[in-house]
Ligand binder design. Structure first.
Ligand SMILES: [Cu+2]
Length: 252
């Protein structure tokens, strides 16, 4: 909704206007959504949060995605979904985004440009996490057309084709979880998770993550997985020390 509201800036201050019957005390709301509440400071003696995200239950069998188009490029076999990947030995959950919630100040949030590739009609990586202001190069390494469809709510949504070998770059200025699909190959999906502060990590194949250079203090830490949802806990970080924050998702 916010992006449909446009408020007039008055001498650098807040604006007050009425559009479509909606009273709009804006710029402040937009600024907050952009993560302006987060203040960048020099963090000299930060601590580290390390942990593992595990699944307490039977290791799920990968859902098979039916490949029924462009088989010459996409392959003749069905593909294993990456929506819920648990390591058989460690029980670690892959592709969980772990992040600090509402941290007021900390290290610089680097705006970067990262790649999300489409290769053999599959997104790689399946989950990408970036700070607000970062860009994503949406690549097409195939020789067929892909159509990138973003299910954004806060960031501008897009639904555009990218021809074989092509590239489309999109910037994400607002924090949200954006699902990306391809309208040509309906089995394709991935997530771009946009964060308001730089304290986040994506778990590896053993469910491990590490968040570094955190100022000493107490924080809420959150895990998010597309099928399992969110889980939060509290964590206390001490200077130059490593604190453990583990998450366990129980079978629903
Ligand atoms: Cu596609």
């Amino acid at each position: 909704m916010l992006k449909s509201l446009r408020c007039l800036a008055i001498a650098g201050g807040l604006a007050l206007s009425v559009m479509s019957g909606v009273v709009c005390v804006n710029n402040l709301a937009v600024a907050q959504e952009k993560g302006a509440a987060y203040k960048e400071i020099d963090v000299a003696d930060g601590g580290t949060i390390a942990g593992t995200v595990k699944f307490d239950g039977d290791v799920p069998t990968a859902k098979m995605l039916k490949v029924d188009k462009d088989e010459q490029t996409c392959g003749h076999e069905n593909k294993a979904s990456e929506e819920f990947v648990v390591n058989g030995e460690s029980k670690g959950v892959r592709n969980v985004v772990v992040s600090l919630v509402d941290i007021a100040a900390g290290k610089k949030a680097e705006a970067v440009t990262v790649s999300l590739d489409q290769k053999e009609c599959f997104f790689s990586p399946h989950v990408l996490a970036i700070s607000v202001g970062s860009s994503v190069d949406l690549l097409n390494s195939d020789n067929v057309m892909h159509n990138l469809h973003s299910w954004s709510i806060k960031n501008p949504a897009f639904n555009e084709g990218v021809s074989g070998g092509g590239k489309m770059t999109k910037k994400f200025d607002l924090a949200e979880i954006v699902k990306i699909t391809c309208d040509v190959h309906k089995w394709m999906s991935s997530f771009i998770v946009v964060k308001a502060n730089p304290y986040f990590a994506v778990t590896n194949e053993n469910g491990q993550f590490k968040i570094e250079n955190v100022p000493a203090g107490k924080y809420k830490i959150e895990a998010w997985q597309e099928k399992l949802g969110k889980k939060t806990s509290d964590v206390t970080v001490k200077s130059k020390e490593e604190v453990v924050a583990d998450f366990v998702y129980a079978k629903k």
